[in-house]
Design a protein around this ligand. Structure first.
Ligand SMILES: Cc1cc2nc3c(=O)[nH]c(=O)nc-3n(C[C@H](O)[C@H](O)[C@H](O)COP(=O)(O)OP(=O)(O)OC[C@H]3O[C@@H](n4cnc5c(N)ncnc54)[C@H](O)[C@@H]3O)c2cc1C
Length: 333
């Protein structure tokens, strides 16, 4: 039996055939729902079910049991079991993506793995929400995603790119890029962004270059009288991987109340800071997260583990925002 799905915010409606995935049905009928990885790992396609039920062949990694119980679903993996009314509210305010030319302005090797790439995007009216990302378009039409690491301000945008050994873009192409080179990009994308309407203290969790979108959000909150208290947990393997630690320590001067906690999983004996995984450090510092808003960015594996732990500490699925750095080579282009 087919099921009718309506989207509350836009009034759009479409039909899912028996056994069809919700996102596939939407795409087939030209209804645009935000999505990225399409295998349930990144969480971009999270929607809220206002009426009706869905099921899954397998529970997707980016959806916890608590979130499912709170009425959330991942459109790319969910199969409707009844007519549905869904909300995509989180995604509604972002500007539409456009193809642009970008000029490389600088490339700096921050560590053996992390490159700071500064691009000038050729657009007079460049707009994005801190937390969003762009796609670099490759010659054959494939793309690679990178989050804006700076708050919107003119045409120049900063990126933190982790080199993946053997990676087509982050290794091969990046080694040959130089100032003045041009890239084709699609910008802005994604619905990871700051939710000022929450009015809650923030716990922000990043691993590695997952810091990038969080930095963009925090830069946009600097000197803002409405900035809530912020605790930033940044996970890495060794002290050498904390490529921006000194700069981050200085953010306290411009954020209303700021606590920075770097956490190392493979620290040497010289490290006197926190050890282990970010979620362990948060669990040691907070008994109850029910009054906080949580932002998480990093590998899908970290997000799945940390999210489960933070929900156990009382975090609300309604105030939990995640961005998973999935790999594009596994995706359809
Ligand atoms: C929304 C979004 C935002 C992102 N933002 C950032 C960002 O700001 N900074 C950043 O450094 N990365 C970011 N990523 C991850 C980044 O897009 C990938 O690392 C990148 O696509 C790798 O491209 P490549 O061509 O170098 O590797 P590929 O040629 O695609 O892959 C080469 C090999 O490496 C593996 N691989 C690819 N990516 C990763 C990875 N991230 N971790 C581990 N193994 C990998 C692949 O499975 C493959 O075996 C983001 C991803 C998404 C979805």
């Amino acid at each position: 039996m087919s099921h009718r799905i309506s989207v509350r915010e836009t009034g759009a409606a479409f039909v899912a055939e028996p056994g069809e995935l919700l996102l596939e049905a939407a795409n087939r009928q030209g209804v645009r729902l935000p999505h990225e990885c399409t295998f349930g790992a990144c969480g971009t396609c999270r929607i809220k079910l206002l009426q009706g039920r869905v099921d899954y062949e397998e529970m997707p990694p980016a959806l916890s049991e608590e979130e499912a119980n709170a009425g959330y679903a991942l459109a790319c993996q969910a199969r409707p079991c009844s007519d549905l009314v869904v909300s995509v509210q989180r995604a509604k305010v972002v500007p539409a993506p456009e193809r642009r030319q970008a000029v490389v302005r600088s490339l700096r090797e921050w560590t053996a793995q992390v490159v700071n790439l500064e691009l000038e995007i050729e657009a007079d009216d460049l707009q994005y929400q801190p937390g969003q990302y762009m796609n670099v378009l490759l010659e054959d039409g494939a793309h690679r995603s990178f989050s804006m690491a700076s708050a919107p301000s003119g045409r120049r945008v900063d990126f933190h790119v982790r080199r993946i050994p053997g990676g087509r873009f982050t290794d091969a192409s990046l080694r040959n890029l130089a100032a003045g080179d041009r890239l084709q990009v699609e910008i802005p994308l994604g619905d990871f962004r700051y939710h000022a309407e929450d009015y809650r203290p923030l716990v922000m969790v990043a691993t590695g270059t997952g810091l990038a979108p969080i930095k963009s959000m925090l830069e946009s909150l600097m000197d803002d009288p409405d900035c809530p208290p912020v605790s930033l947990y940044w996970g890495a393997r060794t002290a050498a991987d904390l490529y921006l630690a000194d700069e981050i320590r200085s953010w306290g001067e411009r954020l209303y109340e700021f606590d920075f906690v770097p956490v190392l999983s493979r620290a040497d004996a010289a490290w006197s800071g926190r050890r282990g995984h970010v979620q362990d450090a948060i669990a040691a510092d907070f008994d109850d997260l029910s009054e906080h808003a949580l932002y998480m960015c990093g590998s899908p594996a970290m997000i799945a583990e940390a999210k489960a732990r933070l929900l156990q500490l009382g975090a609300s699925a309604d105030h939990l925002y995640v961005d998973g750095f999935t790999f594009q080579h596994a995706l359809a282009v």
